[in-house]
Design a protein around this ligand. Structure first.
Ligand SMILES: [Zn+2]
Ligand SMILES: [Zn+2]
Ligand SMILES: [Zn+2]
Length: 140
């Protein structure tokens, strides 16, 4: 399950250190987004002396190579989620159970065109975070 992520690490020249592998293992078992603090607590079960800055550094590295996505919540804190989608897409976040699902959709080309037409400007990036209730939470 985490083999493809390990391949991505190697492709980007990141060594398979025990800490990186443990972060991958923990994230791959979570279907909900996770805070760096919670990840830190879980990592401490195996690496007693690991510091929070190391956790942030690993998450940042994973985000840079595109296997981790960060999510901003109302408390202004960033949460993280392991995502294996290759194509451009966005995420649906359940407000109740915090599960994150990938949605194969991106309308950035249209947005770019709108910005060019209406504002004579060049759009370079965009953020779209979709929130609501997932199927399980709707049914319960
Ligand atoms: Zn839910
Ligand atoms: Zn995704
Ligand atoms: Zn998009």
């Amino acid at each position: 399950m985490i083999n493809k992520y390990i391949e991505t690490l190697q492709k980007h020249g990141l060594k398979r250190t025990p800490k990186r592998l443990e972060v991958l293992r923990i994230l791959s078992e979570e279907s909900a987004y996770i805070s760096p603090q919670k990840l830190h607590v879980l990592l401490k079960e195996k690496f007693l002396k690991i510091g929070l800055p190391t956790v942030y550094r690993i998450l940042q590295q994973f985000q840079n190579i595109g296997i981790v996505t960060s999510i901003q919540q109302d408390d202004n804190q960033l949460y993280y989620y392991l995502c294996d989608c290759v194509e451009k897409h966005h995420h649906f976040i359940c407000r109740k159970c915090h599960k994150v699902s990938c949605l194969t959709y991106c309308d950035f080309d249209n947005i770019k065109q709108l910005v060019a037409d209406q504002l004579d400007s060049l759009a370079e990036t965009h953020v779209l975070q979709i929130e609501g209730l997932c199927k399980e939470c709707l049914e319960s």
